[in-house]
Write a protein that binds this ligand. Structure first.
Ligand SMILES: Cc1ncc(COP(=O)(O)O)c(C=O)c1O
Length: 394
């Protein structure tokens, strides 16, 4: 078996090729692309100006391995200001090439071949890939639709002597679920009881709309057993800059940093300077970004409801989930493959986020991090689905 075949076999159900397939379909058919989650508008002007300034000021060579000191300090200040968490910027903060590298470096640093990693399902696609790269085994615990509540008994049942890590994600991609205090407390109590290290992916920390985001590390007993991962990409609408970070105890940070050193060594020097400016923005500016996205969510939700779709509750992130069974469609993948030709809209079948989608096969994810006019256009086309008028793509 080749290395590639091995990886694909370890990732089993997770067909991550669908993202590129759908993006290519969007281009070929001229469709409105609500597939991949990237904003179509830049974030705060000061942050983007700061990147240009940093390039002009000559910050174009390798930055320090753990990230520039000013950014590590800004991340530590951010954790203190928003959550009351204290991290030593020199020993407990690591800048990474996006959250994606933080996730991969964490898996490669901490997992031995055959170790098990418990993840919430549906599962963001890079988790399965990173776990496979590390030779570890993914143990999914399903958040059942449409409420997507955490079943702590299912998590408990998944813990085995081979469990190396428990991985959570809140606000959660693709469901938009924001775990509440009771669910997070249950995770914390289990982690303390079973002496587990927990990895928490909080890249949408500033995009929780209806309920405050609670970092897992703030819960009793969790600070030193939690690896917190976040990223500037979602908060400041700069997903292409790939500036992420890890906050964890010195020993865990050292382990992840050692792996990061041989993955990318360092990343994005001028963008690191720009994110210092971003993290220094007043809180109301960051709230404005969330308010704008919440309005987009409401706009798309109302439009999808008007189109006769069964829309699941969404409390954060960039994404809304619908059940196309309400349109008489049982297969979300077939639905998404046909949608660009039918009405000129691209979405992602949620089945790709499951090891075995089962009853989730008819779920479809739409991204709402787009301009109001773009969402309006998509909604107009989607309404045609329920009225059975089918147009050619623009
Ligand atoms: C849950 C989740 N984690 C991590 C990432 C990757 O973040 P980055 O672009 O910073 O690598 C994404 C991007 O979509 C995501 O949705």
């Amino acid at each position: 078996m080749t290395r590639q075949e091995y990886l694909v076999s370890r990732m089993r159900g997770f067909d991550t090729t669908i993202f590129s397939e759908m993006s290519a379909l969007a281009v070929r058919t001229g469709s409105i692309n609500l597939g991949q989650g990237f904003p179509d508008t830049d974030g705060p002007a000061e942050v983007f100006e700061a990147a240009v300034e940093a390039i002009r000021a000559g910050h174009n060579q390798y930055p320090p391995g753990r990230g520039i000191p000013a950014l590590r300090q800004a991340i530590a200040d951010h954790q203190q200001r928003y959550y009351g968490l204290t991290y030593d910027p020199d020993r407990e903060v690591l800048v990474t090439a996006g959250a994606t590298e933080a996730i991969a470096a964490t898996m490669l640093a901490l997992c031995e071949s055959g170790d098990e990693v418990i993840v919430l399902e549906p599962t963001y696609d890079s988790y399965s890939a990173s776990i496979a790269l590390a030779g570890a085994v993914l143990r999914p615990v399903t958040l059942h639709h449409p409420e997507y509540r955490l079943d702590i008994d299912a998590v408990r049942a998944a813990v085995s002597p081979r469990t190396r890590l428990l991985m959570i994600n809140s606000p959660h991609n693709p469901t938009g679920r924001v775990l509440d205090r009771a669910e997070l407390t249950a995770i914390a109590e289990l982690a303390v009881e079973r002496d587990l290290i927990v990895v928490t992916d909080e890249v949408y920390e500033h995009l929780a709309f209806d309920r405050a985001h609670i970092p897992l590390a703030t819960l009793p007993g969790m600070r030193d057993r939690t690896i917190t991962i976040s990223s500037a990409g979602k908060t400041f609408s700069c997903t292409g800059w790939k500036v992420g970070w890890v906050c964890a105890s010195p020993a865990l940070t050292d382990a992840v940093a050692t792996t990061k050193q041989f993955l990318t060594y360092v990343n994005g020097a001028p963008f690191q300077h720009a994110i210092v400016a971003g993290l220094a923005l007043p809180e109301n500016r960051i709230e404005d970004i969330a308010t704008n996205l919440r309005n987009r969510r409401d706009q798309l939700r109302d439009g999808l409801l008007a189109a006769g779709l069964d829309v699941h509750p969404c409390e954060g992130t960039y994404f809304l989930t619908v059940d196309v069974a309400s349109l008489g469609e049982s297969d979300g993948l077939a639905f998404c493959r046909a949608l660009p030709e039918r009405i000129g809209v691209v979405a992602i079948p949620s089945s790709v986020f499951y090891l075995d989608p089962g009853p989730a096969r008819s779920l479809v994810r739409f991204a709402f991090c787009k301009q109001a006019a773009v969402l309006d256009g998509a909604v107009r086309r989607l309404v045609e689905l329920s009225t059975h008028r089918v147009r050619s793509p623009a």
